[in-house]
Design a protein around this ligand. Sequence first.
Ligand code: EPS
Length: 404
Amino acid sequence: MLRFLTAGESHGKGLISIIEGIPANLEINSNYINYHLSRRQMGYGRGGRMKIEKDSADIFSGIRFGKTTGAPISMLIKNNDWENWTEKMAVDFQIAEVEKITIPRPGHADLVGVSKYNLNDIRNSIERSSARETASRVAVGSVARKFLELFNIHVGSFVESIGGVYSKDNFAQILFDNIQPKNFNAWNLSKKADQSSVRVLETEHENKIIAKIKTAKKKGDTLGGTFFVIATGMPVGLGSFVQNDLRLDADIASAMISINAVKGVEIGSAFGNADKFGSLAHDEIIRNGKKIIRKTNRAGGIEGGISNGMPLIIRVAMKPIATLMSPIEAVDLSTMKSVISRRERSDFVAVPACAVIAESMLSLVLSKFMLIKFGGDSVQETMDNFNSYNDKLFDRVKSNFRKS
Ligand code: EPS
């Protein structure tokens, strides 16, 4: 069973994460994890904080001589900003007078957090609900990604829109209505997107988005957007229809929605398909050598909660960042009077970073389902099971249905 846990506050000492269930003998080191951590920190439109932090994973356990041992892998990412917060975030007891935060930001977890946990300072709610926590998810997600690479499964992403600015190319249609070339590799898409400051695939689109972000910045406003997360090299058969919580698409949707500020997830051309006749929505089945594939990929690679071997195509919507420089109406909890919301340092846009986090979450879900299907305490064992299943798949289907 693959599972992970994270802990840590945005302005505390740091972020701790543990991932358990990765088989032994996976080659990985902190450089690999740090590379993906740095990808999460990029993107035009981030606030001042990203100039302070340079995330790196200090591995505490589970890896020896560059290989996993099968034991839980634990990591610490330090918060450089902690040194500016030692009084405000003191652990054992209060060491200085600290002003309480009493005005909740609309759209943030501030008000629901203090209401639910019975807290008397919104700071206590802000700290854990902050998207700073997602650095931990990328740390553990990178271990999962490395595991998937053994099987030639690659995960990538690119930004589709920010603030309603879309490219003239309809990427959704390209991905859903065509068979991708045999060498289609989601990671190559990510590498291309990483070259853009907003993780899009075209320069003209990038320039239009940057102009929009500049307008938002000038107004002290924020933006959200949409992005695609893709996995290629998918085997047939991850997930199951036999029980609701074994469906691959259900787990993916849950993983995506669990990312801070994500409010929508679409698997395949879900909303587009809803408007079509069934004959134009489903993917026709064809034979391609020793494989049975689909002519199009409107299902986004999952049918009946099970991966069908086509690329996984997931589209995600992130709402605009809830911390605004241009204030909107809120209630001051210390007076219960209507006020304008508080200004606080934050990002203007974090859609490019969110896409990298989504890659990590998808890697974790896929690794979990790979281990459910193929098991193994060492990567060699998992690979043997994986290869044996895949080598025989076509012939098994063929012989099961051969007319005698
Ligand atoms: C965040 C607010 C900002 C972001 C932060 C998420 O931090 P600060 O309040 O320190 O300016 O920069 O994101 C990160 C620190 C990160 O590593 O992604 C929030 O309120 O969610």
